[in-house]
Design a protein around this ligand. Structure first.
Ligand SMILES: [Zn+2]
Length: 306
C-alpha cells in the first residue's frame, strides 16, 4: 500500500534519544516503513512552549541539522521534498519523500528568517502548540491570532508554506479563516463531537476545512480518540468526518513519537492493518486509497508547484 502521514515527531524524539532514523525502537524507522510501495512523511520539528524565542530558534536549527545529516546518511532511503516533482521522483524511486514542518511557530520570529527556512526546505508551520506564543493562542491557553500571527500566515502562504491549524484555540482557528488566502490543514486532529477534547476539531471547523480544500489528518493519540483509543475509535472519528463531507480532505496524521498510542496503532509497520480494518468495516478500497495517500499527495502536489 501507499502511505502519506501528515505528522510525526520522530526527528526530535530520535535526536533527544540519540537514535538514528534508519533503525531504532521508536514508532517510526526507515527500515520498518519498507512495508509501503510509496511513502510520503511529514517530519515535524516539535518546538517546546517552555523555550524562549531565541532558544526556540536554535533548538529548531539544531534539530534540522540533525535531520539533514540523517537524510544525507540514508540517501538510499529518504530525500527532502521541496517541489512537486520531488514528490513524484522520490516516491517512484522507492524513497521516503520527506516534508519538513515546524510544530510551534515560536522558532520563526521574522519574515526574513521565514524566507531562509523556506529555502532550506520548510513547507508547513503549525502556528502554536498548546500554549500562547507570539503568533496566537493554543488549545489550552485560548486567545486569537496576534498581528504578527496574521503577518506570518500571509507571508507563509505567499511563499507556498502551508499553515497547520492543529493545536490552535477555537478563537485563533476562526481568526485564521479570516486572514488565510489559501487552503490550510489540521495535520493531526480528531473530531470533538466523537470524543470531547479542546485539541480536536468541532464539526463547523471540519466542514470549513472540507469546503476550502484543506486536509485533516486523523490522530492516533489515545487521549484524543477516547474509550480504548484503538483502531475502532479511530474508525469512528473517520466515519464522523466522512459524514461531514471530508472524502477529499481526510487523511492520516499519526503523531508517531509525539503521543501515547495504543498497541493496535503503534508503529509504522502496523498501518497496513489499520487500513485493512477500515476496509473490513465499511470504508471502500478506493476511499482508503484517498485517506491513506491520495488526498494528501494531491494537495501537496498543488501547493509545492508555487
Ligand atoms: Zn502536536
Amino acid at each position: 500500500m501507499n502511505f502519506f502521514d501528515l505528522h510525526c515527531d520522530t526527528v526530535t524524539e530520535s535526536m533527544e534519544r540519540g537514535m538514528g532514523l534508519r533503525e531504532n525502537d521508536l514508532h517510526l524507522s526507515l527500515n520498518r516503513a519498507s512495508v509501503f510501495e510509496k511513502w510520503c512523511q511529514v517530519f515535524a520539528v516539535f518546538v517546546p512552549d517552555t523555550l524562549n524565542e531565541f532558544e526556540a530558534e536554535s533548538y529548531f536549527d539544531n534539530a534540522c541539522e540533525f535531520f539533514f545529516k540523517e537524510i544525507a546518511e540514508n540517501s538510499d532511503k529518504i530525500a527532502l521534498c521541496k517541489a512537486a516533482s520531488d514528490l513524484w521522483d522520490f516516491t517512484m524511486s522507492g524513497k521516503c519523500a520527506a516534508i519538513l514542518a515546524m510544530e510551534n511557530s515560536k522558532a520563526v520570529n521574522s519574515i526574513s528568517r521565514l524566507q531562509k527556512l523556506y529555502e532550506t526546505g520548510l513547507r508547513i508551520i503549525t502556528l502554536t502548540w498548546n500554549g500562547t506564543n507570539s503568533a496566537g493562542g493554543g488549545s489550552k491557553s485560548g486567545g486569537g491570532l496576534t498581528a504578527w500571527g496574521c503577518d506570518l500566515v500571509r507571508a507563509a502562504q505567499s511563499m507556498g508554506v502551508v499553515i497547520d491549524a492543529s493545536h490552535l484555540s477555537d478563537a485563533a482557528f476562526w481568526d485564521l479563516t479570516r486572514v488565510s488566502s489559501a487552503p490550510f490543514i489540521a495535520s493531526h486532529s480528531n473530531a470533538r463531537s466523537v470524543f470531547n477534547n479542546r485539541r480536536s476539531l468541532t464539526d463547523e471547523q471540519i466542514k470549513f476545512i472540507a469546503k476550502n480544500g484543506g486536509l485533516i489528518g486523523l490522530n492516533f493519540y489515545s487521549e484524543f480518540l477516547g474509550s480504548n483509543g484503538g483502531v475502532a475509535e479511530l474508525l469512528r472519528h473517520a466515519q464522523h468526518m466522512l459524514e461531514l463531507g471530508t472524502e477529499d480532505v481526510l487523511c492520516i496524521g499519526t503523531d508517531f513519537d509525539g503521543a501515547q498510542i495504543s498497541s493496535e496503532l503503534a508503529g509504522v509497520e502496523r498501518v497496513p492493518c489499520v487500513r485493512q480494518y477500515f476496509e473490513q468495516n465499511g470504508v471502500s478500497s478506493s476511499l482508503c486509497d484517498k485517506i491513506f495517500f491520495e488526498n494528501a499527495f494531491n494537495f501537496f502536489e498543488n501547493v509545492l508547484q508555487l
